[in-house]
Design a protein around this ligand. Structure first.
Ligand SMILES: Cc1cc2nc3c(=O)[nH]c(=O)nc-3n(C[C@H](O)[C@H](O)[C@H](O)COP(=O)(O)OP(=O)(O)OC[C@H]3O[C@@H](n4cnc5c(N)ncnc54)[C@H](O)[C@@H]3O)c2cc1C
Length: 433
């Protein structure tokens, strides 16, 4: 149903056409709404799932990989045939300049250290477990599980700084407990024992998927078509101006006309939703990501994984993804995106490029012709969980709730949702309650 056919009055308005917004629209239909409008200031579907193409090169702003058992597909089964099945491998560049297993390698991070270093590492783990049990931040959490020495030697500390955009000492402990659970899972004696004793799964696991070569619009237009057939209207690229209360619900003022609804579900950044409602906006810091898009021709790129994490102590790039492994070379050249935390290079593209090139040269990677094809900035890429940010975000959600608006999702709850799977599950749960 088009917006015009809707006549401007809806059961519900969903702000944001990202994963949380599309899933919210589907859940609202399942709950009995028949007239839903999805409105977004972005002119495209998929929120921060953004691609960029130039000639035959096709990049994503980040490493966007999906799975065929995602609950997102229960809402939108028509997405499945549009994905490209892939067989990616993940690796990391460690501080010793080796490309090795992600997130940690027993052989290269521990055994290769030699007997003296190994004893010191084990001693530091023991010391942390016995005497450093008090935790106040994410660094304390990681140190408790793997000890100071391995934290530095493995490069995990440097990666945390790069990933979260601030010193690990300033990262919220609650976030570490929630999102860095893999450290405790891999480092506790009980789980190590479980791993050795439990039978290995024999059946096929899930299939890894990339978006279609044509881009995310080709993927999510299938979801939008299905939602449209079920009564959902879309207003994309519309300037949202204000939300006011009126009898029986809300009025959303947009540059291209007003819309009324009994209910509003917001998945857009919390401060933006507050601003629309005339509520003082929360101060929540986020990471701006700079994606550098390179093509490469040469005899040896220096690693064969499709996704490489930077755990070394140098350089501002965080992760790179080789898209030519998924879609084939273009004009004989490989191509990949390197994600850089924009703040770490002062938002300067030339600086980011030279920092990346220098680091590649120092580690013997991409030896040959490396060409920058383009770049893109993504604001609000990750929430920065400084101590206290979680409470500030919860307070902002409450302020919208008091106004009558349900706010959820990566942006709408300032919640570090690592995958579309998590966004789907959390949107379903939020709307159920
Ligand atoms: C770089 C990156 C890599 C990721 N990799 C993966 C992956 O490999 N696999 C996976 O499953 N998931 C991945 N995710 C996470 C997953 O995609 C998210 O959980 C999901 O996209 C969140 O959807 P959302 O609708 O809640 O929020 P978003 O899509 O972030 O945003 C929702 C809406 O908020 C508004 N908005 C957002 N940013 C701005 C802004 N700066 N200004 C104004 N409005 C804005 C827009 O209206 C947008 O539609 C990745 C995310 C990022 C950023």
């Amino acid at each position: 149903m088009s917006d015009a056919e809707g006549g401007g009055r809806y059961d519900a308005i969903v702000l944001g056409a990202g994963i949380s917004g599309l899933v919210s629209a589907s859940v609202l239909l399942n709950q009995g709404c028949s007239r839903v409008l999805v409105a977004d200031e972005y002119a495209h579907l998929g929120g921060n799932h953004i691609d960029w193409s130039s000639g035959d090169y096709t990049f994503d702003i980040g490493s966007l990989i999906f799975q065929d058992d995602s609950p997102l597909l229960a809402h939108f089964p028509e997405l499945l045939p549009r994905y490209v099945p892939i067989d990616p491998r993940w690796a990391r560049l460690n501080p010793q300049g080796m490309v090795t297993a992600y997130p940690i390698s027993l052989r290269d991070d521990l055994l290769a250290a030699g007997p003296v270093q190994l004893s010191l590492i084990l001693g530091s783990v023991l010391y942390a477990r016995l005497f450093q049990r008090k935790m106040a931040n994410a660094r304390d959490f990681a140190r408790y599980w793997i000890g100071d020495r391995l934290l530095r030697r493995s490069g995990l500390e440097a990666y945390m700084r790069r990933f979260y955009g601030i010193e690990p000492e300033r990262i919220d402990l609650q976030l570490a407990r929630k999102r860095m659970q893999w450290i405790s899972e891999n480092a506790s004696v009980a789980s190590l024992l479980r791993k050795f004793l439990a039978p290995r799964p024999t059946g096929p696991g899930n299939r890894q998927l990339a978006r279609p070569r044509e881009g995310f619009q080709h993927l999510y237009s299938a979801a939008a078509e299905q939602l449209s057939q079920r009564g959902v209207g879309f207003r994309l690229g519309t300037k949202l101006e204000a939300i006011t209360k009126e009898a029986g619900g809300f009025r959303l003022r947009c540059a291209d006309g007003d819309i009324s609804a009994s209910r509003i579900v917001s998945t857009i950044p919390l401060p933006r939703a507050q601003e629309l409602c005339g509520i003082p906006a929360a101060k929540l810091e986020t990471v701006t990501l700079l994606a550098l898009y390179f093509s490469f021709a040469g005899s040896e790129r220096g690693f064969d994984a499709s996704i490489l994490y930077n755990f070394s102590h140098e350089s501002a790039w965080k992760r790179l993804t080789v898209y030519s492994d998924f879609y084939g070379r273009a004009g004989g050249r490989e191509y990949f995106a390197a994600e850089v935390i924009a703040d770490h290079i002062g938002g300067d593209i030339a600086k980011a490029e030279s920092d990346f090139r220098d680091h590649m040269a120092a580690n013997g990677l991409f030896t040959g012709d490396l060409k920058l094809e383009g770049h893109q900035f993504l604001e609000n890429a990750y929430p920065i969980y400084k101590n206290g940010a979680e409470e500030a975000a919860a307070e902002a959600v409450r302020s919208l709730q008091a106004f009558g608006i349900e706010s959820l999702g990566r942006q709408g709850a300032f919640n570090y949702q690592p995958t579309a799977r998590v966004s789907t599950i959390e949107a379903e749960a939020a709307l159920r309650t």
